[in-house]
Design a protein around this ligand. Structure first.
Ligand SMILES: Cc1ncc(C[n+]2csc(CCOP(=O)(O)OP(=O)(O)O)c2C)c(N)n1
Ligand SMILES: [Mg+2]
Length: 333
């Protein structure tokens, strides 16, 4: 990789970390709703997104805003999403990504579908599904691997093993020694990568994407990382993980590592790092401003965008909703 590419990675990681921290604070101030932080997982997400071609598909979960941002989704989107705004699901036309998925592992199926479509249309697009360690216990995940294997779909499953599924540690989630080994049953390639090392993630995905694109069949990547914070703003991890483990496992986090690398290689100085921080602050301020200036959503939109036609129970709920909630969200009491 060129020096400029590495410096660009650093700028992205720092900006995205700051955005994540700001989102947390905004939730604490009551300015956004529940938010799932991705701090610690930026290298997995940016490293993967950077290794793809622009027309490749990304199918992300609620925690993958860093990947989407790198692809060009505005930084205000994760904030809008946590304001409950349906427009956070309107990915700009020029970006091949699906709206973030909250149903665990469902996006892995969508990725296989997109990869299959690419195959049928003789395109050489690859689809990437991000999911978590917990998602590998879902049926959808195994159905996705099986179908992808049967049809040799051009799909890459990127499992971010952040050690936790809410309060459930990996050790209680599965008896398998690794997540990568789950590929074996489907006779596809499975590989483990240091998910806190952005260069390793980038190079792994770059190599495998080329292989997948040339018809080599699906692959499963286990990116080993650590969720630095809580599951969401509604969670308190001090209730289920020790401070000692937390301190030890946080040490490998991706930004400090890239910073040390850039400093040791003489590519960036303290002054350069400070300039990156300053620039990140401006970008994040702008994102917050954009999200807060965005026209508020109509609360009734909670009934839109899922079904083309509402079922009778949902129609009843909408009628009740109209009787109790004024436009703009204020309760009649
Ligand atoms: C089908 C389904 N079951 C349960 C949940 C509730 N839930 C939300 S996040 C989560 C944990 C997921 O853990 P993991 O896959 O490791 O992803 P992470 O949150 O660590 O990124 C669960 C069980 C859900 N959203 N969807
Ligand atoms: Mg997890």
């Amino acid at each position: 990789m060129s020096d400029d590419e590495l410096k660009d990675f650093y700028r992205w990681l720092v900006t995205l970390r700051l955005l994540d921290q700001r989102a947390w604070n905004l939730q604490r101030q009551g300015r956004i709703g529940t938010y799932p932080p991705y701090s610690g997982q930026e290298a997995c997400q940016v490293g993967t997104a950077a290794a793809l071609e622009p027309e490749d598909w990304i199918c992300a979960s609620y925690r993958d805003w860093a990947a989407l941002a790198y692809r060009g989704v505005p930084l205000s989107y994760p904030l809008l999403n946590s304001m409950g705004h349906p427009d956070a699901g309107k990915i700009p036309e020029s970006i091949n990504a699906l709206p973030v998925q909250v149903v665990i592992a469902a996006q892995t199926l969508h990725a296989v579908g997109l990869a299959w479509a690419s195959q049928l249309q003789n395109q050489d697009r690859v689809a990437v599904a991000f999911c978590g360690d917990g998602a590998t216990s879902q049926g959808d995940f195994h159905e996705s691997l099986n179908l992808a294997s049967v049809i040799q779909a051009p799909v890459i499953f990127v499992v971010q093993n952040n050690q936790w599924a809410i309060s459930m540690p990996v050790s209680r989630q599965m008896h398998s020694k690794t997540i990568a080994q789950k590929a074996l049953a489907y006779d596809i390639e499975g590989i483990r990568v240091d998910g806190n090392d952005i260069i390793a993630v980038y190079q792994t995905v770059k190599k495998l994407a080329a292989q997948v694109r040339q018809g080599g069949g699906p692959v499963l990547i286990e990116a080993v990382t650590y969720r630095l914070g809580a599951h969401t703003t509604a969670d308190d991890p001090t209730r289920y993980r020790s401070q000692e483990d937390d301190r030890r496992l946080s040490q490998g986090e991706p930004i400090g590592r890239l910073q040390r690398y850039l400093r040791d290689a003489g590519l960036m100085s303290d002054q350069d790092f400070a300039a990156v921080d300053e620039n990140a602050k401006t970008k994040v301020d702008e994102a917050v401003e954009a999200a807060e200036a965005y026209p508020k959503s109509d609360p009734e939109s909670v009934f839109s965008h899922v079904y083309a036609e509402l079922s009778e129970p949902l129609k009843d709920q909408r009628t009740a909703f109209r009787q109790t909630v004024q436009p703009g969200g204020a309760k009649l009491g």
